[in-house]
Write a protein that binds this ligand. Structure first.
Ligand code: ACM
Ligand code: ZN
Length: 533
């Protein structure tokens, strides 16, 4: 079932009231408050330029004084962007009549999202790069009131298992922005490749950024023995931060610690329990070799690395990983055992002494990052044993970690594998079907993503700790841009409705129609690869 006009926006707005008639686009004036913010002004200018290119005519932008009063008196004409301080952060309000399209918000993101919604109400040609004057360039008369269900609306990208260029990351960020996502979780380090230039530790990119081969086919296939790698310079990371910021997206960098560190160990073997030698990993899975927290130089290294990255990433969160850290080496390492003694860590029914040693790592890094003004996010393993106040838990091994964390008063981002792992196959028939090689296991259809409710089963107090949800794109089996895009789309469209829409506004049949009728032609025009069913 296709609903007319404005309702075809993805993610579906909070409320839409459609009226008769339309606002015709024919070189109308665009006025905006001088106080809408630079990002919003730039987005308005880009919207004006895009209309000029696609719809024809010129849409001159001005900043007249007294705009709010003109709007209040009902005298506004043309396209008007006006601040309404009573609206919530990221919320917006669109009122379209035959004479005016009035857009109000209180935050830059509110204006950015309103523009995304306006574009989705126009002919699909608005997403192209050429004139399409034969299209029906008009906006349906309507009133839209919109705001997000969750404050944290993320997508993660693993750039370690496979490396993606800054151009490709920007292409993905553009799609996130259209869907009103606001956090890009950048997985920059792992066993199979260190991707962030750190000036104080040059071997991280000289050695850690390259592996001697990559596993062929499914785990555990042979290595292809082809050297593979790449890294982002600090300048490139800054470029991504700035690009994302313009789109209203904050980058959350991740340095996965103390496990998933073989690339760092290959570069600086003295950071391991037994000194190596180590090689950047060529297979998938979880390595038993992890950082040695019994050695003080490990903390010097970590703090130095994090300090350089804190200068590049201005957001409030730093993701410190914490997942899948085998403790076998620590149980045998004299330095780790001496540290356990020194700290008086003892096993009990909740946690082993080695798990408490990981708690010590987490808490020390958390304290260090606090001095840099950052809060930590960690995978749900950081909940095992003790966890200091102020940490945010990313629940990936199902919902249970998130439920436990929220009941223990920690903030939570829900990313359970069953609903959020975009490396899983989209086709339930998996390998027998036309799906490319894609996942360790599991399938995750569009409908399953759509069905996710991040607060299901939580009491209101615990639900208030759920900051939001995130799609995770692990890339062991995603070797190139085309497949990356295929795995993201159309599932990110479904995730955006999980993150943005109130439950009462979710309807899979409507959503699926909107995807096929509107999103697929847009993606096609934008040259973004996608699974077309
Ligand atoms: C994870 O998937 N290891 C967080
Ligand atoms: Zn050790």
């Amino acid at each position: 079932m296709i609903l007319a006009g404005a309702i075809n926006i993805i993610p579906a707005p909070l409320s839409v009231m459609e009226d008769k008639g339309s606002f015709k686009l024919k070189g109308n004036s665009i006025s905006c408050d001088s106080s809408i913010g630079q990002n919003a002004k730039d987005a308005v200018a880009a919207f004006s330029a895009q209309l000029t290119l696609c719809a024809g005519n010129i849409y001159p932008v001005s900043q007249p004084s007294g705009l709010a009063q003109t709007v209040k008196e009902g005298k506004a004409k043309g396209i008007v962007f006006c601040v309404d301080p009573t609206l919530k952060d990221e919320a917006y309000h669109i009122r379209i009549s035959k004479d005016a399209a009035i857009i109000e918000a209180s935050s830059e993101n509110g204006f950015l999202y309103a523009i995304q919604s306006l574009k989705q109400m126009l002919p699909v040609a608005i997403w192209g790069n050429k004139a399409a004057e034969d299209q029906k360039w008009e906006l349906p008369c309507c009133e839209i009131k919109d705001k997000p269900r969750f404050a944290y609306r993320g997508m993660h990208l693993d750039c370690s298992r496979h490396f993606f260029s800054t151009d490709e990351i920007k292409k993905v960020l553009d799609q996130m922005a259209i869907l009103k996502l606001n956090r890009f979780h950048w997985h920059l380090t792992d066993d199979q490749g260190w991707r962030a230039e750190i000036k104080k530790y040059p071997r991280l990119i000289e050695v850690g950024a390259y592996r001697s081969g990559t596993m062929v086919g499914y785990y555990t296939g042979p290595s292809d023995n082809i050297r593979y790698g790449g890294y982002y310079t600090q300048e490139e990371m800054r470029e991504i931060v700035a690009y994302a910021q313009k789109l209203g997206i904050t980058v959350v960098p991740e340095v996965d610690l103390p496990g998933h560190m073989v690339a760092a160990l290959a570069s600086y073997p003295e950071l391991g329990c037994f000194g190596g030698p180590y090689e950047v990993w060529t297979m998938w899975g979880v390595s038993p070799d992890v950082l040695c927290p019994g050695k003080e130089q490990t903390f010097t290294f970590l703090c130095d690395v994090l300090d350089e990255l804190c200068e590049i990433f201005p957001g409030e969160y730093f993701h410190i990983g914490g997942d899948e850290c085998p403790k076998d080496n620590w149980a045998k390492c004299p330095d780790c055992q001496a540290k356990i003694q020194e700290l008086g860590l003892v096993a009990d029914e909740h946690a082993s002494a080695e798990t408490r040693l990981q708690n010590y790592v987490t808490s020390r890094i958390q304290a260090h990052l606090k001095t840099r003004g950052k809060k930590i996010i960690g995978w749900d393993e950081i909940l095992e044993g003790d966890l200091e106040e102020g940490a945010t838990v990313m629940s990936w091994r199902g919902l249970s970690g998130g439920i436990e964390a929220s009941n223990r008063n920690f903030d939570v981002i829900m990313t359970p594998t069953d609903y959020c792992y975009f490396d899983y196959c989209q086709d339930p028939a998996k390998q027998e079907s036309d799906e490319p090689l894609c996942a360790f296991w599991g399938d995750l259809t569009l409908e399953k993503v759509y069905s996710f409710d991040p607060t299901a089963g939580l009491n209101p107090q615990a639900a208030a700790h759920i900051l939001g949800a995130q799609a995770n794109v692990w890339t062991e089996y995603i070797p190139d841009d085309a497949q990356l895009e295929y795995m993201i789309m159309p599932r990110l469209l479904a995730m955006s409705e999980v993150q943005w829409c109130e439950l009462k506004n979710k309807n899979f049949a409507n959503f699926e129609s909107k995807v096929k009728e509107f999103a697929f032609p847009r993606l096609e025009l934008q040259g973004f690869n996608f699974r077309n069913k």
